[in-house]
Design a protein around this ligand. Structure first.
Ligand code: ADP
Ligand code: MG
Length: 894
C-alpha cells in the first residue's frame, strides 16, 4: 500500500462537519479500504500500528491530525518539508520503536531545509541497527492545551475510553476519567467535566477550548472502536486542544483478533419469578439435630411459615419436625419446584444429578467446599456445572446462604433467623454470612423483601438477581454488596434498566489495584479495576456507597421516604452548629437551603419564641418541642421552595417526637432526622426508624442522603425522558419549506419558553390557557421542568441565526384518575398558525402517545377556537360533548 498521502488538505476537523457525520451515524464510520489496514496487520501477526498508519485511519473518520507523510530518502524528506511548509517535525517510522522520543526519534520545529537534512541524518544514524521504514514529515502544530484520549479493553466490561489532560496531569496526578464504550453525548461531556483539570478547559473568560469538537471526537473514537473489534488499544497522545478545534499530534494503535466472550448483552433466559416464589421445596440434608446447618435451614422454612409443600430428604429419617421425610428426592411422587442442598461437598454431585433427573427447575446449593476452597473444590464445581448444563436446571451457589423472600414467607438461611417484617428492600450479597449478620441487626430498622446470597455464582449471578428484583413490585430499593462483577457488559445493560425503575445502591469492595494485567498502552496502565467499576456504575445510574454505614444510610432513606422533587431543603435544628454542618454539606453536594418568602417568615414567627431570628436553618434553640417542629414542618409543606426537611433533634427528647412526627401529612416531601451520638439512645432511634424516619448521627450524612435521593430522581427522570425522546420521529420535517425539528422540552429551555410565550398574542394565550397568561419565572419552571412520567411536552423549533426558537408546543398530560388516558393541549405561535404545523405536531404527539401505551387522548377547547377544533378533526378526534363555552373531543388509540 502506498503510504504517501496528501492528507493535509483535510487535516482540520470543524464542529460542523462533525455534526453532519454524527447524523449519518448509521453508516459505518471507517471505510473498507482503511479498515483493511487493520485487517492486514492482524493477518500479518503485527499487533502495533505505527503513528502514520493510525493517523491515516483517524483522518479517514474525520479526526484532525498533524499529518502522516512518509519519506524514504533525504531528497524526499526535503521535498515533502517544502510541500508542507516550515516549520515541520520529523519522526522515526519503525515497527520496532513504540516510544519515539525516548529513543531519539522525534525532531521538532525544523525551520528550514538545512534543519530537515540534519534531522534526517541524525535519525538514520540513531536507528541504523533497527528496521527503519522511513521518517514521517508533519506540520509543527501550534501550541495548545495538551490532552490524551485512550482506549483499552477490560476483560469484564469490554472496550473502555479514557480522557485526561497531558503532561503532569496524567503522569503525576493521574487526573483522568473513564467510561465504558459505547458512550453517549452526555457521557462524553460528563467525562470531560469530571477531571480535576476541567477548569483549565473552561478557561476564565469563555471557553479556553472547543468543548463541542472535543465531545464529538470522543464520540467518534467510541464509534470507531465499537465498529472495529480488532482495535485492542488506542492512544491519541498528545492531542492539542484549541479554542476552535483540536489536532492529534501522535497516535498509535494495538490490534489483535477480536476476542470472544465480551459484549454479552443478555442471557435471554426466562424470569426468575418461580425461583423466588416456589410452590414446593425439598431440603436435601434436612436434619433434626440441633446445631447442624440442615437443621437451621429446615427450621427457618417451617418457623417462617413457608406456604408451600416441604419435603425433607434424609436417608436415615421417616419424618423431620413432623413432616414426612424421604430417602431421596426421586422418592417424592409430586413435582418439586426447588431443592435446597445442604450436605457435605462430596455428596452434592449425586444430589444435583437426582434433582436433574426429578426435573427440579431450581437448586440452591448452600453446601461449601467448591471453587472457593482450592483446586479440588474447583474440579468438583466444574463437575456439577456440567451436569446442570445438560439439563434446564438453574443453580444458586454453591457456598451461599440461600434466599429470603418475606413476601413468600420463605427463609432458607443457614443461620437461625427470628421474625422478619415484610419490606421493600431487595438485597444481593455475595457472602452469605454477611447477609445473615446484617439482617439480624438491621431488621430492627429496615424491612427486607428479598435477600439473595449468591456465593460462588456458578450459574445464577448478581445480574440475574438484579434483573428479577427490578421486576418485583414488592421491591422498591435494590442494594448490592459485591466483591466482583462478572460479564460487566450485561451487568450494565440490566443495571441501567433497573435504575430507571428503582434506586440501585452498590457497595463494591476490592477498591485496590491488585490483579492488574500486563499492559502495553498508557491508558491500560492507568485503568485500574476500581476506576472502571466506578465508570460503569455512573453510566448505569447506580449509586455507589463508600462503606457499610453509607450503604445503609442511603437504603433506609430510599426505603422509608419519597424522593425530593427539588433541591430546596428546610433545616430545623435545636443548635446552630449542626445547622451549619447541614448547610455546608447541602451546598457541597449540589443542594441548597429553601428560600423563606416574606409571608412564610411571618407565619414562622408565630411559632417561634421572640428571641429567635427567622432564617433557614431555623434554630429553635434548646426550647425545641415536638409541637413546634410539627407546626414548622406544616408551614414548610406549603412552600413551593421547600422540597425536603432535615430535622435535628436532641437525643434525650427523641421519644417525645415519635408520635407527633408520625401524625403529619408530609404531602410526598421527604424528612430525615439527625440525632448527634444516636448510638447512645438506640431504643428511641429504633422507634423513630420504625415510624418511618431515617435517623443519622451527623447532619452531614442527613444532607448527603437527601442529595443522593434528589440527584437519583433527576437522573431517573432524564433517563425516562431520553427513552421517550427516542420514540419521537427523527425524520426531517418542514413547514412552509423551512426545516422544523421536534424534541422534548427540558429544564434548560426556560429562556426559549419565555420568549415563545412573550411572542404569542394575548388571544392565542387566552385560547390555550383560558385566562390571561404571562411568562413568570415560576411558570417557566413549571412548564419546562416536567416529570416525564406525568407530562411530556413536545416543541417544534426552527433555527433562527445560530439559535433556535420555538414555533409551537404540544403537551400530553397523564390523567391520574383514568388509567391509559392523556389530556392533550397545543399552542402555536401566531405567525405559524394555519400552516399545517399544528397538524404535524399533533400527529407526532399522537404517535408518541401510542408508543407510550396510552389508550385515549382527550382534548378540551373553547368553542370559538375553530383553528384548534379543525386540527383535532383532521387528526380524527371524535366529538364527546360541550357546555356553554367548551367542546370536548377524544381519540381512541390502538
Ligand atoms: P512519542 O510519544 O512516541 O515519544 P510523539 O509523537 O508524541 O512521540 O512526540 C513527542 C512530543 O513531541 C509530543 O508529546 C509533542 O509535545 C511533541 N510533538 C510531536 N509531534 C509534534 C508536532 N507535529 N507538532 C508539535 N509538537 C509535536
Ligand atoms: Mg506521544
Amino acid at each position: 500500500m502506498n503510504q504517501v498521502f496528501s492528507a493535509l488538505e483535510n487535516s482540520k476537523a470543524t464542529s460542523s462537519d462533525n455534526q453532519d457525520e454524527s447524523s449519518s451515524a448509521k453508516d459505518k464510520l471507517l471505510k473498507d479500504e482503511l479498515a483493511e489496514i487493520i485487517h492486514q496487520a492482524v493477518r500479518d501477526n503485527r499487533s502495533y500500528l505505527m503513528e502514520h498508519e493510525t493517523k491515516e485511519i483517524l483522518e479517514g473518520i474525520g479526526i484532525a491530525t498533524t499529518g502522516f507523510l512518509v519519506a524514504r530518502s533525504e531528497d524526499e524528506a526535503l521535498a515533502l518539508s517544502e510541500k508542507i511548509g516550515f516549520p515541520v517535525v520529523l519522526k522515526i517510522v519503525s515497527p520496532d520503536v513504540v516510544h519515539k522520543t525516548d529513543a531519539g526519534g522525534v525532531k521538532l520545529n525544523l525551520t528550514c531545509a538545512e534543519d530537515t537534512r540534519k534531522a534526517y541524518h541524525e535519525i538514520i544514524e540513531t536507528f541504523k541497527y533497527q528496521h527503519i521504514e522511513g521518517v514521517t514529515i508533519q506540520k509543527m502544530a501550534k501550541p495548545g492545551i495538551e490532552a490524551i484520549i485512550g482506549v483499552t479493553r477490560d476483560p469484564s466490561f469490554g472496550p473502555i475510553i479514557m480522557f485526561g489532560l497531558g503532561g503532569v496531569f496524567v503522569e503525576v496526578l493521574r487526573d483522568v476519567s473513564f467510561r465504558i464504550l459505547p458512550i453517549t453525548e452526555k457521557d462524553a461531556s460528563e467525562m470531560i467535566a469530571e477531571i480535576r483539570g476541567a477548569a483549565i478547559l473552561n478557561g476564565y473568560r469563555g471557553h479556553a477550548v472547543d468543548l463541542e469538537s472535543l465531545g464529538q471526537l470522543l464520540l467518534k473514537i467510541s464509534q470507531l472502536v465499537m465498529e472495529n473489534r480488532e482495535i485492542r488499544e488506542l492512544d491519541l497522545n498528545p492531542l492539542l486542544l484549541y479554542p476552535d478545534g483540536y489536532v492529534t499530534v501522535d497516535a498509535r494503535m494495538f490490534v489483535s483478533e477480536p476476542s470472544t466472550g465480551e459484549n454479552i448483552t443478555s442471557t435471554g433466559r426466562e424470569s426468575l419469578r418461580d425461583f423466588f416464589y416456589p410452590k414446593s421445596i425439598a431440603v436435601i440434608g434436612a436434619s433434626d439435630v440441633k446445631g447442624k446447618l440442615g437443621y437451621n435451614v429446615f427450621w427457618n422454612l417451617i418457623n417462617h411459615d413457608f406456604p408451600g409443600r416441604l419435603y425433607p430428604i434424609n436417608p436415615g429419617k421417616d419424618s423431620i419436625k413432623g413432616i414426612k421425610a424421604y430417602k431421596s428426592i426421586l422418592d417424592v411422587q409430586e413435582p418439586v419446584d426447588m431443592a435446597v442442598i445442604i450436605v457435605p461437598a462430596k455428596a452434592v454431585e449425586a444430589a444435583i444429578a437426582d434433582c436433574c433427573m426429578k426435573g427440579v427447575k431450581y437448586v440452591v446449593v448452600e453446601a461449601a467446599g467448591f471453587a472457593e476452597s482450592g483446586e479440588e473444590g474447583k474440579q468438583a464445581q466444574e463437575k456439577i456445572e456440567k451436569i446442570i448444563r445438560d439439563h434446564s436446571c438453574r443453580v444458586l451457589g454453591p457456598n451461599c446462604s440461600g434466599v429470603i423472600n418475606t413476601h413468600h414467607n420463605m427463609v432458607q438461611s443457614i443461620g437461625l433467623l427470628g421474625d422478619l417484617k415484610k419490606g421493600n428492600v431487595g438485597m444481593v450479597a455475595q457472602a452469605g454470612v454477611y447477609a445473615a449478620g446484617i439482617l439480624t441487626g438491621l431488621s430492627n430498622v429496615l424491612d427486607f423483601g428479598i435477600v439473595a446470597t449468591i456465593g460462588n455464582k456458578m450459574d445464577i449471578n448478581e445480574t440475574d438477581i438484579l434483573e428479577y428484583l427490578s421486576d418485583d413490585d414488592h421491591i422498591s430499593v435494590i442494594v448490592m454488596y459485591m466483591e466482583d462483577i462478572r460479564s460487566g457488559k450485561r451487568f450494565m445493560d440490566v443495571a441501567s434498566r433497573a435504575a430507571i425503575r428503582k434506586p440501585v445502591i452498590i457497595l463494591k469492595s476490592g477498591r485496590t489495584e491488585a490483579g492488574k494485567k500486563a499492559v502495553s498502552s498508557h491508558t491500560a496502565s492507568l485503568a485500574g479495576n476500581d476506576e472502571i467499576n466506578s465508570a460503569a456504575f455512573k453510566q448505569s445510574g447506580i449509586i455507589r456507597a463508600r462503606d457499610n454505614e453509607h450503604l445503609f444510610a442511603l437504603t433506609r432513606a430510599f426505603s422509608k421516604q419519597p424522593v425530593p422533587k427539588g433541591n430546596g431543603v428546610l433545616v430545623i435544628t435545636y443548635t446552630g452548629s449542626l445547622g451549619v454542618a447541614a448547610t455546608d454539606m447541602l451546598y457541597l453536594s449540589d443542594m441548597r437551603l429553601s428560600t423563606l418568602e416574606p409571608y412564610f417568615q411571618k407565619r414562622l414567627k408565630n411559632v417561634l419564641p421572640d428571641y429567635t431570628s427567622i432564617g433557614n436553618p431555623i434554630d429553635c434553640s434548646f426550647s425545641m418541642s415536638p409541637q413546634q417542629v410539627k407546626d414548622l414542618i406544616e408551614i414548610g409543606l406549603e412552600s413551593n421552595d421547600v422540597h425536603s426537611f432535615i430535622v435535628v433533634i436532641q437525643g434525650e427528647m427523641l421519644s417525645s417526637f415519635v408520635d407527633v412526627m408520625k401524625n403529619i401529612d408530609y404531602k410526598e416531601k421527604p424528612v430525615v432526622c439527625c440525632v448527634a451520638c444516636k448510638e447512645f439512645m438506640i431504643d428511641d432511634v429504633v422507634k423513630m426508624e420504625q415510624a418511618g424516619f431515617p435517623v443519622y448521627s451527623t447532619a452531614e450524612m442527613a444532607a448527603e442522603v437527601l442529595s443522593e435521593m434528589y440527584h437519583y430522581s433527576v437522573r431517573r427522570q432524564s433517563a425516562i425522558a431520553d427513552s421517550i425522546a427516542r420514540h419521537l420521529t427523527r425524520d426531517s420535517l418542514s413547514v412552509d419549506n423551512m426545516p422544523v425539528r421536534l424534541r422534548l422540552i427540558n429544564p434548560k429551555d426556560i429562556g426559549l419558553w419565555t420568549d415563545f410565550v412573550n411572542g404569542c398574542s394575548q388571544k392565542s394565550l387566552w385560547l390555550r390557557f383560558l385566562s390571561p397568561f404571562s411568562a413568570t419565572p415560576e411558570r417557566a419552571q413549571r412548564f419546562c421542568n416536567l416529570n416525564p412520567e406525568e407530562e411530556i411536552a413536545v416543541v417544534a423549533e426552527m433555527k433562527d441565526g445560530d439559535q433556535y426558537k420555538f414555533l409551537g408546543i404540544a403537551r400530553l398530560i397523564k390523567n391520574k384518575r383514568c388509567e391509559g388516558e392523556a389530556e392533550y393541549a397545543i399552542i402555536i405561535s401566531d405567525p405559524w398558525q394555519n400552516k399545517s404545523l399544528g397538524i404535524t405536531l399533533s400527529e407526532q404527539c399522537i404517535e408518541l402517545a401510542k408508543k407510550e401505551g396510552y389508550k385515549t387522548i382527550r382534548a378540551e377547547t373553547l368553542q370559538e377556537n375553530y383553528a384548534m377544533i379543525r386540527i383535532f378533526r383532521r387528526c380524527d378526534f371524535g366529538f364527546d360533548g360541550k357546555d356553554e363555552s367548551m367542546v370536548s373531543m377524544s381519540l381512541k388509540l390502538s
